[in-house]
Design a protein around this ligand. Structure first.
Ligand code: HEM
Length: 472
C-alpha cells in the first residue's frame, strides 16, 4: 500500500489558471485482499482495504470475512436503506460492539423503541436556535486557543491535531457543563484520548463476532480510563441535579437540557442511566470527529495558498466589526473549506447496517441478516459522482455549485432518521474555530512531515499534525 506523500502530491487543473491540490490518500487496491490481508488492514488502517472497484462501481456485493456484504455508493440505493426502508435496517453488531462498551445505550447505539423515545426527547437539544445560543461559547473557546498560541510565539511548533482535540473538548465542556469541571480540564481530555486510543483498533474478536465474555485486549486497557471518566460525569450530574432541585437558576447548557428533556408523546424524562450515557455519547461522538474536521481543514488550507488568501480576506472582513458567532452567515468560503475537508476526510468514514428482513435493491438481493455498508470515504471520492474527486476544491460547496451535489452522494453526517443529531452544532463550531485560527495565525506543515490519513474509529492524521505557527 502506498500513500502519496504530501511533498510530491499530484496536481490537477480545474481551470487553466488554477492548479488544485490533491492531498494524500491510500491508493486503492487492484484486487480484494485475502483473509490475512483484510484482518491486518482492518486493524492497522481500514482505509487501505478498499479496492479500485469500490471507487468505480455503484454497488458491490460479495462474501467475505464479515459474511455477505453489499457496499452501496449509489445515491438512490443509499436513500432506500437510510430513509425509505430505514425500518428494515438496524445498526449492525460490529459497529455496536466497537462503540457500545464506551457509549453505553446512548442515542448513537440504542435501537428500536428505546432509540425512538430518546431521539424524540432530545430533538429540542440541537435546534438551530439552541445551536445559535451555543455559538458565543464556541467563539470564546476559539479565542482562548488563539491567545494561547500567540503566547507561544512566532515560529513555534504545534501539533494541530492535539490542539484541535483540546479546543473541541473545551467547547463541549462550555456547552455541556457550563460551570466547568471541578478538576483540571486537561485531565479529562487525557482520559478521553486514552480511552479512544485503547478501543480504537477493531479487535479481530469483534470482526468474528466472538462472545462478549472473551476478554479483548483493547477493552481491558480502556477499562480504567472509562471508569475514571464515568466517575467525573456522575459527579457533574449529581451536582447539577441538586442545583436544579434547589430552585436556583441553572445554566441553559446541554446537561440542564438533558435533565429537563421529555418525550413529547409520553411526557417521560430520560432515565438516570440515559442522561449519563448521552453525556458520554456527546463527548465521544462529538469531540474527535469535530477535531478531525478542523485538523484536516487547517492542513488543507496550509497547502493551498490561493484558497487560504481568499479565506483570510473573508475572515478579516467579516470579523472586523462582529464576533465569529455573529458573522457566521458571512463565513461562506470558510464553511465551504470545512465541507470540503469532511468530504475528502470524513471523520466517520463508514456506516453499516444489518438487514432485518429480506430486501431488494435493483438487481441485488439483500438477505435478512446480511450487512450493508455505506462508506462516506468511498462515496465522497467516487469516480462516477464527483468531478476531480481526490482534489481539494472547496468552491464546489459554494452557492451555485453546491446545488448540483446529490444529497445522498455527500454523507459526512449520515442521513435519514439516524442522521447525526450534532451536525449543525459541529459545523457551527468548526466554522467559528477555523475563522478565529485564520484571523490570528498562518499555519504551515512542518517541513519533511508526511501526512497519512488513518482510520481509528474516526479518520485522523496518523501521528498528529505538526505545523509551524506564524502570527497575523
Ligand atoms: C464533524 C463532526 C461529526 C461527524 C462527522 C459526525 C458523524 C456522524 C454520523 C455519520 C452519524 C450517523 C451514524 C450512522 O447512521 O450509522 C452520527 C450520529 C450521531 N452523532 Fe455525530 N458527527 C459529528 C459530530 C457530532 C456532535 C458534535 C455530536 C453531539 C454533540 C454528535 C452526536 C451524534 C449522535 C448522538 C448520533 C446518533 C444519532 C442517532 O442515531 O439518532 N455528533 N454522527
Amino acid at each position: 500500500m502506498t500513500i502519496t506523500p504530501s511533498a510530491q502530491a499530484d496536481v490537477a487543473t480545474l481551470a487553466p489558471q488554477r492548479v488544485l491540490f490533491v492531498p494524500p490518500a491510500p491508493r486503492p487496491l487492484r484486487e480484494p485482499p485475502d483473509l490475512f490481508g483484510f484482518l491486518r488492514g482492518a486493524r492497522a488502517n481500514p482505509l487501505e482495504t478498499w479496492t479500485e472497484a469500490h471507487f468505480e462501481q455503484p454497488i458491490l456485493a460479495g462474501r467475505g470475512v464479515l459474511g455477505r456484504v453489499t457496499v452501496l455508493s449509489d445515491p438512490a440505493a443509499i436513500r432506500h436503506v437510510l430513509v425509505e426502508n430505514a425500518r428494515n435496517y438496524r445498526k449492525d453488531d460490529l459497529q455496536r460492539r466497537v462503540l457500545a462498551p464506551g457509549l453505553g445505550n446512548g442515542l448513537l447505539t440504542a435501537e428500536g423503541d428505546e432509540w425512538r423515545r430518546q431521539r424524540r426527547a432530545m430533538a429540542s437539544l440541537f435546534t438551530p436556535r439552541q445551536v445559535a445560543a451555543f455559538a458565543p461559547a464556541m467563539d470564546d473557546a476559539a479565542l482562548k486557543l488563539v491567545r494561547r498560541w500567540r503566547r507561544r510565539g512566532e515560529g513555534s511548533r504545534l501539533d494541530v491535531a492535539a490542539e484541535m482535540t483540546r479546543v473541541t473538548l473545551d467547547v463541549l465542556e462550555r456547552t455541556i457543563f457550563t460551570q466547568g469541571l471541578a478538576r483540571d480540564p486537561d485531565a479529562l481530555g487525557r482520559v478521553i484520548t486514552r480511552y479512544f486510543d485503547a478501543i480504537g483498533p477493531v479487535d479481530p474478536l469483534d470482526v468474528f463476532g466472538l462472545p462478549e465474555w472473551l476478554p479483548r485486549i483493547g477493552r481491558l486497557r480502556a477499562r480504567p480510563a472509562l471508569r475514571f471518566f464515568e466517575e467525573i460525569v456522575d459527579e457533574l450530574i449529581a451536582t447539577r441535579r441538586e442545583l436544579v432541585a434547589s430552585g436556583r437558576p441553572a445554566p441553559r447548557d446541554l446537561l440542564t437540557l438533558l435533565l429537563e428533556a421529555r418525550d413529547p408523546e409520553t411526557g417521560d424524562p430520560l432515565s438516570e442511566i440515559e442522561v449519563k450515557a448521552n453525556i458520554v455519547t456527546f463527548i465521544g461522538a462529538g469531540h474527535e470527529t469535530t477535531a478531525n474536521a478542523l485538523s484536516w481543514s487547517i492542513y488543507l488550507l496550509g497547502q493551498d495558498r490561493v484558497v487560504r488568501e481568499r479565506v483570510e480576506a473573508e475572515v478579516d472582513e467579516a470579523l472586523a466589526s462582529a464576533s465569529a458567532a455573529e458573522a457566521l452567515d458571512r463565513l461562506v468560503l470558510t464553511r465551504a473549506v470545512v465541507d470540503e475537508a469532511v468530504r475528502l476526510y470524513p471523520p466517520a468514514p463508514f456506516m453499516s447496517r444489518a438487514a432485518i428482513g429480506d430486501d431488494r435493491i435493483g438487481p441485488y438481493r439483500i438477505p435478512a441478516g446480511s450487512l450493508v455498508m455505506i462508506a462516506p470515504y468511498v462515496l465522497h471520492r467516487h469516480r462516477r459522482l464527483w468531478d476531480r474527486p481526490d482534489a481539494f476544491d472547496p468552491e464546489r460547496f459554494l452557492p451555485g455549485r453546491r446545488e448540483s451535489i446529490d444529497r445522498f452522494a455527500y454523507l459526512p453526517f449520515g442521513a435519514g432518521p439516524r442522521v447525526c443529531i450534532g451536525a449543525s452544532f459541529s459545523l457551527t463550531e468548526a466554522t467559528i474555530v477555523l475563522a478565529r485560527v485564520v484571523q490570528g495565525t498562518r499555519l504551515e506543515l512542518e517541513p519533511g512531515h508526511d501526512v497519512k490519513p488513518v482510520q481509528r474509529v474516526t479518520l485522523r492524521p496518523s501521528g498528529g499534525l505538526p505545523m509551524r505557527l506564524a502570527l497575523r
